[in-house]
Write a protein that binds this ligand. Sequence first.
Ligand SMILES: *[C@@H]1O[C@H](CO)[C@@H](O)[C@H](O)[C@H]1NC(C)=O
Length: 264
Amino acid sequence: MEFNKTNRIIVIFTVSILVTISTHVESRSDSPFSAPAPAPEVMKPIASPANSPAEIYTDSPAASLEAPADSFSPTNPPSEIDIYSPATSPEALVASPEALAESSSAAPSGIKVSSSPRSLLNPPLLSPEIKTICGKTDNPPLCESSVSPLLTPQLKPDTSSVLILAIQASITATKAAMATVEKVDASDCQELYDDAVVNLEEAVNAVKSSDIATVNTNLSAAMTDYSTCNDGFEESGEPNPLADVADKLTKMVSNCLAISTLIK
Ligand SMILES: *[C@@H]1O[C@H](CO)[C@@H](O)[C@H](O)[C@H]1NC(C)=O
């Protein structure tokens, strides 16, 4: 009799603990933005050395575009960081400690062991801030695909930082087009594409000094460079072998202009 009573108390006690824990976990996953609760299972990976990017990001308010890449710990060199993984998205680092904990343990292999439906169904490829900014351009998918290879964990996803990345992507794309431009043997187009690069580089500097009028002038000038090259082919009646290249570059720089109008 005494034994049965003790057993019942143990069972009731155990069940109530389980209910408390599961309710707790449920509420945590329902509200990823709530403050991390002291759930030992979930928080454990946070304290592991492999998780250093989170500490770097949250502990260094000075983190910026120019932050040195060597601020990473040897356990997690930049080359191993997957920019598409939630662990290195600044958004995830700040907002979702449990998503971070889940993904950081799996990050080196790139295999997700997470069983969270939220992160499996809707992986945060780009932070919401960047998606919002690109959403204001005429060509959001091009904006996102231009910017995402240049993202770093230290990036503050504000408008100026995203604009600089979008312009840098345009510079890279214009330089990459030079090989094609040279093959075409239209010397004025070579000069025009060179001038576009100079304009884009000056636009980056103007963003850094918050001179948005100059940003707009230089971005517009780069677009004029591409179209002036196109005009040459149109006037001569020859087919334009740079039509597709110029079209993509024009869209990229047009996206930059749209982003620059968001800066107050
Ligand atoms: C960029 O714009 C500024 C301000 O209008 C202008 O002075 C500068 O010459 C432009 N840069 C280029 C390469 O045209």
